[in-house]
Design a protein around this ligand. Structure first.
Ligand code: DP6
Length: 321
């Protein structure tokens, strides 16, 4: 049996839309920071006798999860069945990219099992592709540091690469838990509607390439003001596209909007960009800032966050057994 741990990631330039749902190919590249092990998923993988068995957080897994195992057999030429047990150990109930951490841990544990027991050694690129088949954003969580998912145009060309290793990034993600509610519309269903119905999304597609270039360069150079400015713009733009979807999608709540206001006020008062906010498909706020400003960022959540997690940049998955 193999046990592996993986963590979520927070996107600075977002993935919101697929050009191929079957192969899980995104419309655009995306860039994220992998988070540390305060938010973690652990997956156990072993071979099963006659059929796959898959349990996620104590419940039978859905079809997407089984599809990952089919993909592994087809792609890496093995007839093995798998028994997978995956659990999320977040200090909060959902809403924080648990599927990204989960499928990264699952992909990593399967890869290590195939290597140890069958002599089938998979590269990190192949592990990223397995994770992608479970949940797109999971393909970025197989690497630590700052990571880019290359959209590609086929199964073998869509995977994540590392841009900057974790120890070279001086940023933290100060996460404010503003709601414990599960989202009503999944990312998968929501993004499909956006691609289908939003005119603003067409504009996003014209500009996202430029933003990726800016953020990639700024991360490599340690130009964090630029990273934060672009991360805020990209989050705003994705949430505007969500609102432009028919019927409109809105994942933010009053407290999320209050966080945006407070971040802007702080930056204005200081006359420079100290903090940058970003939101995925949910109300919980991620404030990205340089490590030295973490306490300042925490203060912004006074009276509105139920819980605050200060996550450093993560190293990516590892085998723990
Ligand atoms: C808003 O990866 O959860 O977090 O590929 O359909 O499983 P599927 O969607 P998912 O979508 C994540 C969207 C996002 C932005 C991001 O992480 O890039």
């Amino acid at each position: 049996m193999v046990k592996a741990i993986a963590t979520p990631n927070i996107a600075l330039v977002k993935y919101w839309g697929k050009k191929d749902g079957q192969n899980m190919l995104p419309m655009n590249n995306s860039i994220s920071l992998t988070l540390d092990e305060q938010l973690k998923c652990i997956a156990d993988a072993e071979f099963a006798d006659e059929q796959d068995e898959f349990v996620v957080n104590g419940k039978p897994a859905n079809a997407d999860a089984y599809r990952v195992l089919e993909y592994v057999r087809k792609t890496f030429d093995t007839k093995k069945y798998f028994k997978i047990i995956s659990d999320t150990y977040f200090p909060v109930a959902g809403g924080l990219a648990s599927s990204a951490a989960g499928f990264a841990a699952i992909a990593f544990s399967i890869a290590k099992l195939l290597g140890e027991e069958e002599g089938i050694e998979l590269t990190i690129t192949e592990i990223s592709m397995i994770a992608r088949m479970g949940s797109g954003s999971a393909c970025r969580s197989v690497l630590g540091g700052a990571v880019e998912w290359l959209a590609g145009n086929s199964d073998e060309t869509s995977y994540a690469v590392q841009l900057v290793p974790f120890e070279e990034i001086g940023l933290v993600d100060v996460i404010g838990i503003l709601s414990h509610e599960e989202k009503k519309i999944s990312s998968r269903a929501g993004m499909q509607q956006t691609v289908k119905t939003s005119k603003l999304y067409l504009e996003r597609m014209k500009t996202v390439g430029k933003r990726l270039d800016i953020v990639r360069k700024a991360l490599k150079e340690g130009d964090y003001e630029t990273v934060l400015i672009e991360a805020m713009k990209d989050s705003d733009n994705m949430h505007a596209c969500m609102m432009d979807t028919k019927p409109p999608l809105s994942y933010l709540n009053e407290k999320s909007l209050e966080t945006i206001k407070r971040v802007n006020m702080l930056n204005e008062r200081e006359g420079r960009i100290v903090c940058g906010y970003t939101f995925d498909a949910g109300p919980n706020a991620h404030i990205i800032t340089e490590s030295k400003n973490a306490a300042e960022a925490e203060k912004l959540f006074a009276g509105i966050a139920d819980e605050i997690i200060v996550s450093e940049i993560g190293k990516g998955p590892r085998k723990i057994l």
